[in-house]
Design a protein around this ligand. Structure first.
Ligand SMILES: [Zn+2]
Length: 226
């Protein structure tokens, strides 16, 4: 199905694709009522979220994010816009992708490896949005420079789910679950934060360090449990 969709993406418009996806999803839901929801695990590469004020400085007054590709959670997308981040020892990483939509506060999510490369001695592991007291950085855009006072974090590994899925697992928002990854480099993550939202689709977000450590690409043997 995925490859058929990809093959036809060039010739059919977006709403047709969305309709097909919706149909398939509905058929799937109808068939699999008694089954556990299908779990997907995704790797988030380093990225930035921007607020309106910082967007104005980095890309010019009133600039909007340009849609590049959709992310798994509805409404979220990778933007075409990128910035450069400068760390405490003047080291930098360019092509830092911005994810949309815009948020109330700017935030940069790095893997530890990225943070070390940028010269940070440490960055805190936080859930997205929880940035009080975190390190800052210099962000360079095509139209200007922003000095973030705080907002550089390593995103804590987490699972998104809707209330029905939470009930099925017997967990609530704020709980922690375990994620066992099988395969040659397999390991178990013991602190997977549960995030519950009615619009969410069941999936785990981990960063590139975590994905590389457990060899996520090597296996489909994955289990999420309390
Ligand atoms: Zn997430």
């Amino acid at each position: 199905m995925a490859s058929a969709l990809q093959n036809s993406l060039g010739t059919i418009d977006r709403s047709t694709v969305e309709q097909i996806v919706r149909q398939v999803a509905l058929e799937f839901l109808g068939r699999g009522k008694a089954q556990a929801p299908v779990l997907t695990v995704q790797t988030s590469s380093r990225h930035m979220h921007v607020c309106r004020e910082d967007m104005d400085v980095l890309f010019g007054p009133g600039a909007e994010l340009t849609f590049d590709r959709p992310l798994y959670q509805e409404g979220n997308f990778a933007a075409k816009e990128t910035v450069t981040i400068v760390g405490p020892r003047s080291r930098l990483i360019s092509n830092l992708r911005i994810l949309g939509p815009m948020r109330k506060q700017s935030q940069v999510e790095l893997a530890f490896t990225d943070a070390i490369m940028l010269g940070f001695s440490d960055i805190p592991v936080r859930l997205s949005g929880d940035i009080a007291g975190t390190p800052g950085a210099i962000i360079i855009g095509p139209k200007g420079v922003v000095e973030l006072k705080e907002g550089v974090i390593r995103a804590a590994i987490h699972v998104h789910m809707n209330p029905a899925e939470a009930a099925q697992f017997g967990v609530a928002k704020g709980d922690k679950m375990k994620l066992r990854i099988g395969g040659q480099a397999g390991l178990t993550f013991n602190n997977v934060h549960v995030r519950v939202d009615p619009t969410s689709r069941l999936n785990v977000h981990m960063d590139t360090d975590e994905a590389n450590a457990c060899g996520l690409h090597l296996t489909k043997d994955i289990e999420l449990f309390k």
